[in-house]
Every structure is written in structure tokens, then in C-alpha cells.
Design a protein. Structure first.
Lengths: 135, 135, 135
């Protein structure tokens, strides 16, 4: 039995944001066993699973990824929407558009330190839409 | 009810290619709710979801990724099949071997700008095999 | 019918390790059609699918990723657990926390050269926990 709904997140600033509670709250009651599934409907933002405790991890992730996919890369063609646009597309594919988390005993089988991040790669983006559901 | 079939894509040149219609056409009629799933059976090519409109995104993705994973990296051992081979393996793991897309109301719940890319990382590759199905 | 169990891998040294047999052995008998699913419960290690034959691919992957996500990156804040910690978080999100493999005719529909890698990004890590199951 699959059932999906689309939620709209509030707008977030550029960076990595822990949104585990928002996503979990969007789901119907968890079955004993199954899979939670989340899919972001955008190509300049992403979802990923990373450390849920120390916020410095989220800030350092941003420093690394901005260095790996720099805005001042020479020879780009897709620049009409600003210098943050094309790097955002590259980053979106590196981090990916969906995450899934198994359910065991009616609870998310996340590791102790795992949470779900919204990866916002644009300087100014509206609230992103995420498809949330159970498999 | 899961059902998968393997399709063989035509050969594509190195680069990123929008193959959404080919993949969707490979599926049986969509259920009201469910998940479309695609898995590439190769380790030097990948699948990803990115922008379906402006082809300059696909060309710029190629420029970025060739810079991030360069062919002239010193000290490589896996070079027998040519300078594009080992970088292709790295890129394949960065982009990933599978993508999934939720189905809502009998239609793919893709965002307006989302499409599925074949990421071809070899200079000369035969047509790639993709497992296509519904979950 | 979903059923997951958590297995604990033995400790592995930093690097990429082919663990396909361990993961397949953890599953119940495969159905005729379905999906194998594996999820790592950590944020400084990952799972990916890559070439199962030549071990030089695994060594070269390590060289590339250590160069793309260097330990001596200036300005990091999350350094308390050692210089390999923050880079491990970045790499974990690049490679991803889960992999899935379709099942066709009761067998894993892997390509000839595909296997599952444990990506161990810490210098000294205990055995990692992986959720294994069928969808």
C-alpha cells in the first residue's frame, strides 16, 4: 500500500538544514515494517542523510561543497539565473533527489547520529516541495 | 506487485543525455500510486535527475565533473582501458546507479523542471542496459 | 512483504571494500521479483555500487576522493574527532547511505561488473551496522 503526499517546506537560506521532524510528521502512522521515502521536486536543492547533532557539520559541508563546485568556474554557459544557479544543479546531482529510511518495529531505523538534511543550493529559493510517503 | 524489465539504450556519446521519454515508455501502465524505479547495470555510467529544459545545463555538468574528477590524476593504477576509465568509475559512484520517482494520481510526480539523465562517462561505450520497473 | 534485519559488519580499514557476499547472505530467500535494499546506519561511511573485479579500482577511488575532499581544508570547525572526521561526513553524503538492486527471476539483476562496496571513511572505525531487506 503506497500513499504519497506533497508537502511544501518553508523557505530556507542557502546551506544545509536538519528537517527530520518536519518530514516524519508528514507521514501517516508507521507500519511495523516498511520504508519511508522522500523525494524533492527540484533540481537546485537535494536531500541527504548526515549527522544530526553538531551544527558545525552542516556549516563545514557548505564550505567543502562550495569549494568543490565553485561559482567562478570558467566557460560556463548556463549563467542567466545568476552565479549560484549552475553550481546548484551540479550539487543537486551529487547529493541526490531522494532518501529512504527503513522502518523496523514501527520506528525509523536511523543510526544514532543520522538525520535528514535539506540541501539548499540557491541564494534565494522559495519553499521547496517534497513528496513524502511509505513503501 | 513488482515487475522489472531490462531495456537496452542506444549508444550515446560521452556526456549527459535526457532519456525521460525512453524510460517512461518502458513501463507498464502506471498505477494510481507507486514508485517508478530505474537501475543501470554498469559501473562507468550513471542515472541522475536534473533539469529537463536548457541543454546548457547538461554541457556545463560535463565541464564541472571533468574538472572535479580529472583524467590526468597522478598515481592511478587502473589505467589499462584508457584515461577515461578510472574517472568514469569515480563519477558513476558520485551520481549513482539508480533513480526512483513517485507516482501520484497515476502520473510521475516530477517537478516542473525535472528529467532523468543518462550520465555516460566513457568516450566510446555500447548501448547501456537499464532495469525499469514499478514498486 | 517487507522484512529488515540489522547486521553488524566486522571492522574494516579506511578505504573501499567489496562486501556483496556478506550482504546477499544476510537476506532471506529471494522472491522471483523484487528489490534488495541496504541502508548503512552511519554518517562517516557509505554504500555504493562499483566494479567488482579489479581491486585497483577500489584503491584509485580512495586516491580520488581523498583529493576531492582533502583533510587539510582551511577554516573547518568540526575538527574535534580528528582530521578524518569532517571529510568523512562529506564523502558519506557524496556516496550515499543506501543502495538497492532489482531482483529478476529470483536472482540479483546486477551487471557483470557490479558489486556493493562498503566505503569506510574513518581511520579507525568499529564494525558498521547495515539494515538489509527485501521490498
Amino acid at each position: 500500500m503506497k500513499e504519497f503526499k506533497i508537502i511544501q517546506l518553508p523557505p530556507y537560506p542557502r546551506g544545509f538544514h536538519l528537517i527530520t521532524p518536519i518530514l516524519l510528521d508528514s507521514l501517516p502512522p508507521l507500519p511495523d515494517s516498511g520504508l519511508m521515502y522522500f523525494f524533492i521536486q527540484h533540481t537546485s536543492a537535494a536531500l541527504t542523510i548526515n549527522e544530526n547533532a553538531d551544527p558545525s557539520v552542516r556549516r563545514d559541508l557548505e564550505k567543502y561543497i562550495d569549494n568543490i563546485v565553485p561559482e567562478d568556474f570558467p566557460g560556463l554557459e548556463h549563467t542567466l539565473e545568476g552565479p549560484d544557479d549552475m553550481p546548484a544543479h551540479v550539487k543537486a546531482s551529487f547529493f541526490g533527489s531522494s532518501v529512504s529510511i527503513p522502518i523496523i518495529g514501527g520506528r525509523p531505523a536511523l543510526g544514532t547520529w543520522q538525520g535528514i538534511f535539506l540541501c539548499e543550493f540557491r541564494n534565494r529559493a522559495p519553499g521547496r516541495k517534497v513528496v513524502c510517503g511509505l513503501l
